[in-house]
Structure formats: C-alpha cells, structure tokens
Design a protein around this ligand. Structure first.
Ligand code: BES
Ligand code: ZN
Ligand code: ZN
Length: 458
C-alpha cells in the first residue's frame, strides 16, 4: 500500500481527513488514514518560505515514512509547489528531493543494525528526471562530506584518507596527487610536517585538480586534522572524541570537488588538503618550537593546539605557488567562532570585504549558513613573538576567531583574493531537524561549490 503525502496549510475537513491547528504547523508530520488510504499530512503554515524550507520538508517527510513498509510514497508536487510563492514546480521538486535524500542518510558502517527501510518515492521520473538527478548529485556530495566526518579517527588516518580520495575520484576528471610524509619538508610544507611529527600515522598532503575551464584558477584549502588531541598542550574534558571531526573543512572541500566534477562545472579548481593527526609522542612538536615557512615567515609555536592555522598556512602558500588567484580556506579552526556566532552559522572572513554579504546570501540559499566576520589587522599585535615573526597563539582571550584569521592573513600575497571560513561550530547540525540527522552536518560542500562557480561567472 502506498502513502500519499498531503501538504496542509489550513484547518479543514476534507476527504475524511480532519485537519486541526496543531497539524498545520510548518514541518509537522502526522500519519492518517481515510477511505482505505494512508496519508502523511505535512504542515506547511509559515509566512515566508525559502528554498531551505522546501528541503526541510523533504527531510521531515523521509523521516516520517522511514521504517514503514509502504510500497511507495507519492507526493502531489503541484500542490506542494502552490504553497511556495516564486518557485517553479521543478525548483520545489529538486529542493524537496535534496532534503529527502539528505534526511534519509544513515551512517551504520560500525553497527550490527541494518539500514532502516525507506519506502521509495513513487514519481514520474520522466517528467522530473532532471530534478532527481540534480538533487541526488547534491545530496551525494553532502553525504560524502558527512561520511568522511563521521569516520572514527582510526579509520581515517592521513594515509587511509589519501586512499579514500583516490577511490572517490578514480573514475572522474579530478586528478588526485598525494605528497607523502618524506616529501613534505622538502616541498615546503613545514607546518604540516611539524604538526604531524608526533604521530605514528604520518602526515600527508592531498592535491586534487579539476581543470575544466580556461582563465583563472581557484584553490580550496581544507583543514584535514584527522584527530586533534591538542598535542603536547593536550585537550582535557569529555568532548575530545569530537575532534575526529577536525577534518571537517577538508571534507567540505572534498564534497565540493565531487559536486563540481559530477556537475561537470566549467571551473578550474585545485584543492589542497594537508592531513595530520595532532598527538603528543616522543617526536612531537613542542611549544616554543619555531617553524620557518616556505615564504620566509617564522612562526613560534605558542600552543600546539592551535595546529590548524599551522597546516593551513602551508595550504595557502602551496595554492599560491600553483598560481591560484582566489584562495578559499575552510576549517574547524577555533572554539571562539561558536562563542561569537552560536551553533547555527559559520564565520566568513575575506580580504575583499565587500563580497561577504554575497557569501552570506549564498549560504542561506545553499543550506550552509555563514555570517560576515571582520578581519581586524590591528590584532596582529596579539600575535607578537619574542623570537619569531609571529606566534600561533594570541595573547588576548577575546576575539580568538579573528586572531586566527589574522594569523592566516600573513600567508596571503597582496594580489590574491582570499576567503576564510571558520566552521568549528557547524561541523554538526545545531538542531537535528528537517534534513539534518545525528552525526556530521556535511557543512560546506554546497556553499564552496556556489562560491567557486560564482568566481567563473564574470
Ligand atoms: N580544532 C580546534 C578548534 C575546535 C574547537 C573545533 C571546538 C571544534 C570544536 C582547534 O585546533 C583548537 O584547538 N583551537 C584552539 C586555539 C587556541 C589554542 C588558540 C581553540 O579554539 O581553543
Ligand atoms: Zn587544536
Ligand atoms: Zn584543530
């Protein structure tokens, strides 16, 4: 037996269904039966509805039918679309399906439990074929980002991560090159080699190339710390297991590369992903160590737990060496960003400040919200070191996300456009609702894709 999804917006009695005020609340789902037919009543009451709201409904719908043995789920898309002003039926179908595929995500690799049955959508694939394809492509990329973040640290060491990247992009136009531990120093990745020294899992750097356009060149740099124990400045507290997701920025970059390649987007983009496990060991780097970067800048290690910026600096330098004119880095960089913005929206910085509101709008559209943050270069004074050019630890206990961005700015050449996203607060969903599920949010893949594409529409 099929179940029919019925969007409801007003209190009424229709076809044997009694709709009461609690049921029309936006995103509310209730299963009802009338005349031998099952219905999933889907609350739609909300003043201004966005594309993200449509995805939200797709997510709530799949969650509501999950586990049932219905032979199919049919949705009256025309009726659904009539509740969304300014959107075509195709827009609505695409967004709803994206939410459906994302909301149905399950990460069960390490559980005895089998996947919970999700009844298939019964729909006209002829009419909506393009919508299905687009939604699946987008959701696959986000689910790939989620998969990588959800992996435990012993299953995603730098070398397992590198193998995984080769597999992911095997049959695509994305070329995967791995810079091995013994080449890092000599190829200029001083920060990555230093941070990775203490671990039995050697550090690496992945460089992914997707050259599908003439003209300029964009680089994505993602923090790939496969576990952040803090190093010698060891983290304390129960939540340290969270630090398996300290590669969330790199996972966003991988998701974006996958999405861009699957869309065959006309872009030239290179991803630089330094991968390290930050632990203390007999060879570990120490507070007071000085690192000399390939651009000549020296950095004193004030704190081994501020490791993200040390490896991102390598990534930014390498991206510039490769000729990238726009560099976008993304990282689970500071606890401070969550103090500034809460858990719903990441922080975005740029040396082209005028573009920040444009990125905020893109974030709202894609479902990866970001909020403009100021790059206050005067805070350089907080990064003074006695014996090196810069310290990786700020002296002020305020504005830590800004200080981290100012640190990275030291490595950006003047003529380059640079965007920095601190997503330490959004690696997990702020609320498990709509299409969000337990575990990683899959943050960043869609937003990065949008930003990269916009760079090529001039
Ligand atoms: N990986 C952390 C940032 C983080 C914190 C991510 C919480 C997710 C949740 C980063 O490497 C770190 O430890 N940052 C320090 C920097 C400090 C030592 C200057 C921080 O934010 O406390
Ligand atoms: Zn750290
Ligand atoms: Zn970290």
């Amino acid at each position: 037996m099929k179940i029919v999804v019925r969007p409801i917006e007003k209190v009424e009695e229709t076809e044997g269904l009694i709709i009461d005020p609690t049921m029309i609340e936006f995103g509310k789902t209730s299963v009802a039966q009338a005349d031998q037919q099952f219905y999933l009543l889907l609350g739609m009451k909300k003043a201004e509805k966005s594309v993200e709201d449509i995805r939200f409904l797709g997510g709530e719908t799949v969650k509501a039918v999950k586990g049932y043995t219905f032979t199919g789920v049919s949705v009256d898309f025309e009726k659904l679309a009539s509740g969304f002003d300014g959107f075509s039926v195709e827009d609505v179908v695409t967004a709803f399906l994206e939410g459906w595929y994302l909301g149905g995500y399950q990460f069960l690799h390490y559980k005895k439990e089998q996947e919970t049955n999700i009844p298939a959508l019964a729909m006209d694939t002829e009419q909506y074929g393009v919508c299905v394809k687009t939604a699946q492509t987008r959701a696959n990329a986000v689910n790939l980002t989620r998969d990588l973040c959800n992996e435990p640290a012993n299953q995603l060491t730098p070398s397992l991560y590198a193998d995984r990247l080769k597999t992911i992009f095997r049959d695509s136009k994305v070329q995967v090159d791995i810079i091995e531990a013994d080449e890092l120093e000599q190829r200029g990745f001083k920060g990555t080699a230093t941070v990775g020294k203490g671990s039995g899992y050697p550090p690496k750097c992945a460089v992914l190339t997707f050259n599908n356009s003439e003209g300029h060149h964009v680089a994505l740099v993602g923090k790939g710390v496969t576990f952040d124990s803090g190093g010698v400045n060891v983290k304390t507290g129960r939540d340290i297991a969270e630090m398996k997701m300290d590669m969330g920025g790199s996972a966003a970059v991988v998701g974006a590369m996958k999405l861009l390649a699957d869309m065959n987007a006309p872009v030239h983009v290179t991803a630089v992903i330094p991968m390290v496990t930050n632990v203390a060991g007999k060879d570990a780097f120490l507070p007071s160590d000085v690192i000399k970067y390939s651009n000549g800048i020296t950095v004193e290690v004030g704190n081994t737990d501020a490791e993200g910026r040390l490896i991102l600096a390598d990534g930014i330098l390498h991206a510039q060496e490769l000729g990238a004119t726009t560099i976008i880095d993304i990282a689970t960089l500071t606890g401070s960003i969550g103090h500034a913005l809460g858990l719903k929206t990441a922080g975005i910085f740029s040396n082209c400040e005028a573009d920040l509101w444009k990125y905020k709008a893109m974030g709202e559209l894609t479902g990866d919200p970001v909020w403009p943050m100021p790059l206050i270069l005067d805070y350089k004074t907080h990064l003074k070191s006695d014996c090196a050019d810069v310290n990786n630890l700020g002296t002020s206990s305020f504005g830590g996300a800004i200080t981290a961005a100012v640190f990275l700015h030291h490595f950006v050449e003047e003529d380059r456009k640079w965007v920095h996203i601190d997503m330490a607060n959004t690696a997990r969903p702020w609320k498990v609702q709509g299409y969000h599920v337990d575990g990683a949010a899959g943050f960043g893949a869609r937003l990065l894709t949008e930003i990269v594409q916009a760079e090529f529409v001039k």
